[in-house]
Design a protein around this ligand. Structure first.
Ligand SMILES: *Cc1c(COP(=O)(O)O)cnc(C)c1O
Length: 411
């Protein structure tokens, strides 16, 4: 593993850099502040004209440690949620050794940063060429499958060496209890899964089943139902199954969305394994959001206020896809006024409009901010470590953004 860059930027050196470059985006990416710097001081010094991520990697380390402590099995990190180099390094340093990848680029990235990592290729739709390269170039030995064709491609890729682990991805029959359904597109139905388990058994060193209850799952019962469903698929197949991977979906708190605590999910999951006679199986899960959401905030600037609409310099084509029409998440928000002057304590509901010309680039929130928020103000949007930076596009010329690391605490 490469050592982290220890480059430190104090508020003063940040201000100097900001002055030197008319454009904030000329600043080096990923610079680190001195301990004790606050987000307010950082923004006051930087005065960024482009969306700016404030990274708090300690938060990811804390979340990863807590998650691994509470889950009775092996934790894989779902790389797509935030594939940032230092994020991955932070998770490796926190003990994460297994990664859920879904593309060759993700496999390559993790392999480079953590040469000994265990890569699970959990995308059940795979081309023959991708299977071959994942197996031979990136030493992937674990794959998800949801049909006989994928099984055949993986067997061919391994030269029938019999050294692969195979997880049959189940389509869940229950209505999703999650904010984002991940079961409509992939997965074998009951009968297909039974047939696939039988067909895969002779080819697999380790055979498992896997599912995903959907992202930001708000109800512990979703895992209970899914585990019980998986158990009945296994029983019906009559073959020996070695492992269950219960996927991701573990929630975090957003305004208006307070899920049960992680411990409640773990208890329900443990009980479901006991009730369904699955205690002998190896257990995996694939959290993404729960490990990294709190590790970043996104600071945007108000270009224009029009009544209750704030036109900001980032939107659904940038880091705020999940605030848009398809998911409509709300996020914790606060104003940072760059001249340090006070804002009203009285809050009001606002909508956001993104910078592109597309009318879909609207975020209805509501986002609660001081009644006197005005042009030029910065807004710090929290819980942006998951599904934000990884979803950015450069649409309409709004591609530039900054990433700065903040080390909070005393100094
Ligand atoms: C996206 C994804 C995850 C991560 O889901 P979260 O809801 O962020 O925990 C895990 N597994 C698979 C297969 C995924 O597609």
């Amino acid at each position: 593993m490469q050592p982290f860059s220890n480059t430190s930027l104090t508020s003063r050196s940040l201000a100097k850099l900001a002055r030197k470059s008319a454009q904030a985006n000329a600043l080096p990416m990923g610079r680190t502040t001195a301990p004790g710097t606050s987000a307010d001081a950082l923004i006051a010094a930087l005065q960024p004209s482009v969306p700016t991520y404030i990274m708090r990697y300690n938060e990811a380390a804390r979340a990863a440690a807590a998650f691994q402590q509470q889950f009775d099995g092996t934790v894989l990190y779902a790389v797509k949620v935030n594939p940032g180099r230092k994020m991955l390094q932070t998770l490796v340093r926190s003990g994460v050794r297994h990664f859920d990848v879904a593309s060759l680029d993700e496999a390559k990235l993790v392999r480079r940063l953590a040469p000994k990592a265990n890569l699970f290729f959990m995308h059940p739709v795979i081309s023959a060429a991708t299977a071959a390269e994942a197996y031979s170039k990136y030493a992937v030995r674990t794959f998800a499958i949801d049909c006989a064709a994928s099984l055949a491609k993986i067997q061919a890729a391994s030269g029938n060496a019999g050294d692969v682990s195979l997880f049959v991805r189940l389509a869940l029959p229950h209505a999703s209890k999650s904010m984002i359904d991940l079961s409509r597109k992939f997965g074998a139905d009951f009968d297909e899964a039974v047939a696939l388990l039988k067909a895969a058994r002779p080819a697999a060193q380790r055979l498992g089943v896997t599912f995903h209850v959907g992202s930001q799952c708000m109800d512990t019962a979703a895992y209970r139902e899914a585990i019980s469903y998986a158990a009945s698929v296994i029983r019906t197949s009559g073959v020996v199954v070695d492992a269950i991977d219960i996927g991701g979906g573990f929630p975090v708190t957003y305004p208006g969305m307070t899920p049960p605590p992680l411990g409640a999910f773990m208890q329900v999951i443990n009980n479901a394994f006991i009730e369904n006679g699955l205690m002998g199986l190896e257990r995996f899960c694939e959290p993404g959001r729960a490990l990294v959401a709190s590790a970043a905030s996104l600071v945007v600037q108000v270009d224009l206020r029009k009544n209750d609409v704030l036109y900001i310099n980032d939107g659904t084509y940038g880091g705020l896809f999940d605030a848009g029409k398809s998911v409509q998440f709300r996020y914790p928000c606060r104003v940072i006024r760059s001249d340090g002057s006070a804002v009203s304590k009285e809050l009001q509901a606002f909508r956001f409009a993104g910078p592109t010309c597309d009318s879909l680039d609207m975020m209805d929130g509501p986002f609660y901010l001081p009644v006197d928020v005005r042009d030029g103000d910065y807004i710090e949007i929290s819980q942006m470590g998951a599904y934000s930076e990884s979803l950015r596009t450069g649409f309409n010329g709004y591609k530039d953004y900054l990433t700065v690391e903040l080390i909070e605490g005393n100094c």
